[in-house]
Design a binder for this molecule. Structure first.
Ligand SMILES: [Cu+2]
Length: 237
């Protein structure tokens, strides 16, 4: 059952399945992780099915074998080592890129070597509350439920909540990140294509949780600069 739903997931990528249509570096990594875990799962599935059919045939009850008792395999060291080591290897293959991608997703510019990127990246403060999202840019520009980002430029988000736990999620651009009251969480990604991407709160947070949506507009650098200046001229330098 699970196999078939996953299989249909892949066959339907031409439809609007958003997670498998990445539009940022981070989303691409996540998509690759989905393919990797699906591939590993299929590998296990195929091997198990082959063994299943093999053993069905091998131990089929026949009149000659009626009183035969097959060995329980307890003495086979080779078998025991195989079914201990193999899952460990499979999990390691899955775990290493997953942990790396998770750290990449939340890591922002800091420490050595990050200087060049620090100048390049934009930082946006995000406040989640029942039931909207407020975005504050470095020049003081604020917007509600509308996130505007320049294409091909790294965006660093610093997120916090004013009330309960929310979760910030733009499926085509990034994974989810918890938005917690009294604490700051971080998220980074670089949008790779202009367009409008739906974002939403991915943590049930109250009666109007489903209305806690926002739009992410990824625009050209020029458009972004224009939008950024709009409405803050009086305070700006
Ligand atoms: Cu919420």
């Amino acid at each position: 059952m699970r196999i078939f739903s996953l299989l249909s997931l892949f066959l339907l990528t031409g439809c609007n399945l958003r997670v498998l249509n990445p539009k940022s570096d981070t989303a691409e990594k996540i998509t690759n992780l989905i393919y990797l875990s699906f591939g590993l799962m299929m590998l296990v599935f195929v091997v198990v099915m082959i063994l299943f059919v093999h053993f069905l045939k091998k131990y089929k009850e026949t009149p000659e074998r009626l009183n035969e008792i097959p060995g329980d395999g307890k003495e086979s060291k080779r078998l025991e080592v195989t079914w201990t080591v193999l899952p460990i290897l499979l999990l390691a293959v899955l775990a290493v890129p997953t942990v790396k991608a998770t750290y990449d997703m939340t890591s922002q510019v800091s420490g050595d070597g990050g200087e060049a990127e620090a100048e390049d990246a934009i930082t946006i403060d995000v406040v989640g509350r029942q039931y909207n999202w407020e975005f504050t840019y470095e020049n003081g520009k604020k917007s509600v439920n509308e996130l505007v980002l320049p294409v091909n430029q790294k965006a660093n988000f610093k997120l916090t909540s004013e009330d309960v736990i929310h979760s910030f999620w733009v499926p085509k651009l990034s994974g989810k990140i918890d938005v917690l009251p009294g604490e700051e969480t971080r998220l980074s990604f670089t949008p790779r294509g202009a367009g409008v991407y739906q974002g939403k709160c991915a943590e049930f947070c109250g009666a109007e949780h489903t209305q806690m949506r926002f739009e992410t507009k990824v625009v050209s650098q020029t458009e972004f600069q224009q939008w950024l200046k709009n409405g803050v001229e009086e305070e700006g330098e």
